[in-house]
Ligand binder design. Structure first.
Ligand SMILES: *Cc1c(COP(=O)(O)O)cnc(C)c1O
Length: 361
């Protein structure tokens, strides 16, 4: 019986989809969750109370506001969106990546990105029938500008994606390297600032300078992963086309009201973020001091490190045994061997992680 279904599956589902692996999310029940670059802090109880009050007004029998103008205005003020630039919301920035690709996908068109980087660029590119090409970063995880520009000449990508800071490496690419890519590209260049809140680097002010530049941001990593809200900033000429591909009402009412509320209570996040940035430096130092560990500085809310005298899977298992969940990067494309990635948690969580790591090495 199952083999008959299997035959149909193989006949009907596109072969590139069959060859793909779904984005894996492990079960984290009861674990210290340091695997997905989330903010470890829930809202304080008094804030939760007023948030619930705000949600009372939501008319759940109605469709959400189709084009949330006030949310957009509040966002532009809070985030310093340059005058004259437009904003498009997505159900997570993942959805915006998909929207961009859907609008650009034509037979033979391609996406270019560095390796290693955020895995969804490749997954989404292939799922919409685009080709995906990548260029290895240098040993210090810098953009290899000559190789990158050569790939741009060769493949003429419709869009190039640069995560800034990059994941899982945590670094910012040099300004001049990104400028070179922008100048060489006849396609679009999306600078993906999912971790913008943890760094002072941004390409937002450069939007006016480059017609082919778009900036992608997300609320997920700053502390609202559950809401699923991302936004794309750029010239209206591009965003008006992408808007045609967007499904109507993609941002649900609860997310709209909650985001308004969160932006009005921005100082809560600002405090959490400065805490996380300080913890990042402490955790980096602690890892740097541990024998047998190589660690790379990070501008994001995670740190990548390499275990040099054992293998990453053993360390991952030992941490898991101590109820600490991290991301094992061993075998990930373009990542040095035996690397793991840990999200910055609370001081207690980071302490548990370090203790378990010392015992597991
Ligand atoms: C997490 C992440 C995203 C996706 O964010 P969502 O808004 O949660 O969909 C996009 N890009 C990068 C580089 C990320 O790390």
């Amino acid at each position: 019986m199952s083999s008959k279904i299997q035959q149909s599956v193989e006949r009907l589902i596109r072969s590139e989809i069959q060859a793909m692996k779904a984005y894996g999310v492990p079960d984290a029940d009861g674990l210290i969750k340091l695997d997905a670059n989330e903010n470890p802090f829930p809202w304080p109880p008094d804030i939760v109370q007023s948030w619930l009050e705000a949600l009372r007004t939501v008319q759940i029998n109605r469709y959400p506001e189709a084009n949330p103008i006030r949310l957009k205005e509040r966002l532009c003020e809070t985030m310093g969106i340059p005058e004259g630039m437009d904003v498009l919301f997505g159900n997570g920035s993942d959805e915006l990546i998909q929207i961009i690709f859907l609008a650009l996908a034509r037979p033979g068109s391609s996406v270019l990105a560095p390796r290693p980087t955020f895995s969804m660029y490749e997954i989404i590119a292939k799922s919409v029938g685009m080709k995906f090409f990548d260029v290895s970063l240098t040993e210090s995880f810098a953009l290899d500008v000559p190789a990158f520009c050569e790939a741009i000449e060769t493949y003429q990508p419709a869009v190039t994606f640069l995560a800034y800071p990059n994941t899982p490496t945590g670094n910012l690419f040099a300004d001049e390297a990104i400028e070179a890519v922008l100048q060489r590209s006849e396609g679009l260049v999306v600078v993906d600032e999912a971790y913008f809140i943890f760094t002072d680097g941004t390409f937002l002010p450069r939007l006016k300078q480059f017609d082919n530049l778009l900036i992608l941001r997300s609320f997920s990593k700053l502390g609202l992963a559950g809401l699923r809200l991302g936004f794309l900033v750029g010239n209206r000429a591009w965003l008006a086309e992408f808007d045609k591909v967007r499904l109507p009402y993609n941002i649900n009412s609860l997310t709209q009201v909650s985001t308004q509320f969160a932006l009005a209570n921005k100082e809560v996040f600002d405090q959490q973020v400065s805490y996380i940035r300080a913890e990042r430096e402490r955790l980096y130092q602690a890892l740097d001091d541990m024998p047998g560990i190589r660690v790379w500085p990070s501008e994001a809310n995670f740190i990548m490190f390499q275990v040099q005298e054992t293998d990453a899977q053993r360390v991952y298992d030992a941490l898991y045994g101590a109820r600490v969940l991290v991301k094992n990067l061993d075998g990930a494309s373009g990542v040095p061997p035996n690397c793991l990635r840990v999200t910055i948690g609370t001081a207690d969580e980071n302490m548990s992680f370090l203790q378990a790591l010392r015992q597991g090495m």
